[in-house]
Design a protein around this ligand. Structure first.
Ligand code: ADP
Ligand code: MG
Length: 239
């Protein structure tokens, strides 16, 4: 089986400063993988390299078996949801969802179908005529996710999508994102610094520290068999 994403000895430096050190990782089709680690551990940098928003400095990056080291972001079949929702403030929700597809010259009927379907999945049908400022934080985040869904990507990338929401809404959205993944089945990489989010959402957790992978495993593996004290401490395992 070809991995959906594969990193081989991937490194990243900003000038003299190396922030990612020889990362090897394979992500299978349909997997929900969480990158977790403290602030500055390289989670966003890794995700942005997968997305093509940052060049890798060394190693190889493959998507569906194809080396994409120098392939542009829009040719990688991905969609990304950021912490700051980055909605277009002057556009309606409908337009926010449709805009990228219109730019790609997709037929109007197909755009309409995709927007309606995403709106239904995310339960934002009633909001399609509103502007972002007329939405709550949770609604905005749904729209941001909707904008990723309409592209029907094979790979979903989330970078701390819930960190601007209050605690209660965060728990609710966590459940919704997990449901969404069940329904759509897209391979997903989800970045968070929140251990609880990682433990409850992931099939596979990648624990990062100082630009290195400390351990990869299921939530249960990491809890039961943390490979070192950092992982044990970070995951909150009794060992
Ligand atoms: P995380 O998402 O886990 O908080 P990041 O991937 O954002 O971590 O950052 C990893 C390291 O890379 C940090 O030390 C950060 O300061 C550094 N870094 C990130 N982006 C840049 C950049 N554009 N220029 C220089 N250093 C950067
Ligand atoms: Mg980050």
């Amino acid at each position: 089986m070809t991995s959906t994403v594969e990193l081989r000895n991937v490194t990243k430096s900003y000038g003299e400063l190396q922030v990612v050190h020889g990362v090897d990782l394979q992500i299978d089709p349909g997997e929900f993988v969480v990158f977790v680690g403290p602030s500055g551990s390289g989670k966003s940098t890794l995700l942005r390299m997968v997305a093509g928003l940052e060049e890798i400095t060394g190693g190889d990056l493959m998507i569906d078996g194809r080396t994409v080291n120098h392939i542009a972001p829009y040719e990688r079949g991905i969609a990304m949801v950021f912490q700051s929702y980055a909605l277009y403030p002057h556009m309606t929700v409908y337009k926010n969802l449709a805009f990228g597809l219109e730019t790609a010259k997709m037929p109007k009927e197909e755009i309409k179908r995709r927007v309606q379907e995403a709106a239904e999945i995310l339960q934002i049908e009633a909001l399609l005529g509103r502007k972002p400022r007329q939405l709550s934080g949770g609604q905005r985040q749904r729209v941001a996710i909707g904008r990723a869904i309409v592209r029907e990507p094979k790979l979903f990338l989330f970078d701390e999508p819930l960190s601007n929401l209050d605690a209660e809404l965060r728990v609710q959205m966590r459940v919704e994102i997990a449901k969404l993944h069940k329904r759509l089945g897209n391979t997903t990489i989800y970045v968070t610094h929140d251990q609880v989010e990682a433990m409850t959402m992931a099939h596979k957790i990648v624990v990062l520290n100082n630009g290195r992978i400390e351990q990869v495993g299921s939530p249960l593996d990491l809890y039961n068999e943390p490979c070192n004290r950092f992982v044990a401490g970070f995951i909150g395992s009794p060992k």
